[in-house]
Design a protein around this ligand. Structure first.
Ligand SMILES: Nc1ccn([C@@H]2O[C@H](COP(=O)(O)OP(=O)(O)OP(=O)(O)O)[C@@H](O)[C@H]2O)c(=O)n1
Ligand SMILES: O=P(O)(O)OC[C@@H](O)[C@@H](O)[C@@H](O)CO
Length: 440
């Protein structure tokens, strides 16, 4: 077993807990955190049905490998202590590179098997107590989740984990879209199943570790080779009837190329819903940031407000973007010198932020009264974010937006390519698109 380069001792915080967005209800989350839970992610497939050379778990979606979104989703669940990923030997280095680049934590890598069940079994072995020099503790409950199902939320993970604790096994299910039919030997219809009485088995699934490990240990070669259903193994070999949990429509598995396009649209939608406001100081965070958060929360799913010296913001933004896919507002309040802002713009430019995460820098000259600033900022907040959302959805990237301000424009030698700079001066502002020369 290859411990990932970043194997943290215990569960680090799942990335910044965003104010205004809760994870699982505290009581439920607390009950899950009393469980020792690990996850196994089979990621050793070749993605033949995708029809491209790259295995689909490594296909880029908005400049980021698909598997990284799944890892990020699991990492945000702080009560999942370890995440074991089964990867083929040939893709092991690529996987380590992804872990390093996107700063994934709590990840351990094991070699995949020639089938999905064998990959899962290898992941479970890594969590067994009798593993030599293993840093991983045997969990009470293990979640099994396909690496190509990136849209998994804490609530379904919590539901299947707590149901597995009670029933021994649990799995997410969805209503069938197509009717299931059974063909006869001569290729004609033998009978069809009553669609309403059946469900599609999805992921995540969860098991008492001892149940599913025992099932895999007893598993026939035929099941290991041709089986596709972990719940069935628990039933067949351990006589455990899994609890079925209704899941959300987003739990689907990326299988065909069309699924990548769908994943891209969903991720883009979610990115443009995630805004982070970085204020200059803690005091500004409390005053201006809180107003902006209240206003934006009505518009967006995730609003995070933080503060810190903006001149370091470029590196921090990169970190938060990689982990949490935020777009940004950086606000210098009452900064008389534009040097701070210029430093920030240079930092942003050097941090190579993806063009898909528009960054808004709002800098306020000292002369503006704070009450006027708030109203201007709230106004800008909505205008600019609705625009940012628009460009995210429509892939119109923001380039070279420059402010035409009498005394300010000269202060900024080079506009930040991927963002726009809005300078609020007491009486006038104008934002123009250099490319089209139009102002708006
Ligand atoms: N030997 C295998 C086969 C599949 N998987 C993983 O199991 C999950 C679901 O399997 P599937 O969608 O079938 O992936 P592939 O086998 O890669 O797809 P295909 O059948 O189109 O080749 C994927 O995350 C895949 O990487 C695995 O870990 N080991
Ligand atoms: O059969 P595939 O390898 O495409 O995918 C595995 C799926 O069958 C599986 O993830 C769910 O059906 C739940 O078991």
């Amino acid at each position: 077993m290859e411990p990932g380069p970043l194997g943290a001792a215990g569960p680090s915080e799942p990335g910044p807990r965003v104010r205004g967005v809760c994870g699982a209800a505290p009581a439920a989350s607390a009950s899950a955190s009393s469980l020792a839970v690990a996850a196994v992610l089979p990621a050793g497939g070749s993605g033949e049905r995708m029809g491209v050379p790259t295995p689909k778990q490594f296909c880029q979606v908005l400049e980021r490998p698909l598997i990284s979104y799944t890892l990020q989703a699991l990492e945000r669940v702080c009560w999942i202590k370890d995440i074991v990923v089964s990867v083929t030997r040939e893709n092991m280095e690529a996987m380590k590179g992804i872990i390093q680049k996107y700063q994934h934590k709590r990840i351990s890598l094991v070699e995949a098997g020639v089938t999905r069940h064998r990959s899962i079994f290898n992941g479970l072995k890594a969590l067994a107590e009798d593993q030599p020099d293993s840093k991983l503790l045997k969990p009470e409950v293990v979640i099994i989740h396909d690496a190509v199902r990136p849209f998994v939320e804490e609530d379904i993970l919590l539901k299947v984990a707590t149901a597995a604790k009670e029933h021994g096994a649990a799995g997410a299910v969805r209503p069938l879209v197509s009717t299931v039919i059974s063909p006869s030997a001569d290729g004609c219809l033998d009978h069809s199943l009553e669609r309403a009485r059946h469900r599609a088995s999805e992921m995540p699934q969860a098991f008492l570790y001892d149940v599913i490990y025992a099932a895999y240990q007893q598993c026939s070669d035929y099941d290991l080779e041709f089986g596709t259903e972990c719940l069935q193994l628990a039933l067949k070999y351990c006589h455990v009837k899994a609890k079925l949990v209704e899941g959300s429509p987003d739990l689907w598995k990326v299988t065909y190329k069309r699924d990548l396009y769908a994943a891209e649209s969903i991720i883009k939608e979610r990115i443009s819903q995630h805004i982070c406001v970085v204020m200059d100081t803690k005091e500004d965070e409390e005053h201006v940031g809180r107003h902006l958060e209240e206003m934006l929360k009505n518009e967006l799913n995730h609003v995070k407000v933080t503060s810190g010296p903006l001149c370091h913001a470029g590196r921090d933004l990169q970190q938060i973007i990689l982990e949490q896919c935020y777009s940004f507002v950086c606000v210098n309040v009452m900064t008389s010198e534009f040097e701070e802002t210029q430093k920030l713009l240079n930092m942003l430019k050097e941090s190579h932020l993806s063009v898909l995460y528009p960054v808004v820098v709002i800098s306020v000259s000292e002369s503006m009264q704070i009450f006027l600033f708030k109203h201007m900022l709230l106004f800008f907040g909505i205008q600019l974010f609705s625009w940012a959302r628009y460009v995210c959805k429509n892939e119109i990237f923001l380039h070279n937006l420059l402010c035409n301000f009498a005394h300010a424009a000269i202060m900024f030698e080079s506009p930040v390519q991927m963002g726009y700079i809005v300078l609020l001066t007491p009486f006038s502002w104008q934002l123009s698109r250099v490319l089209s020369g139009s102002s708006f």
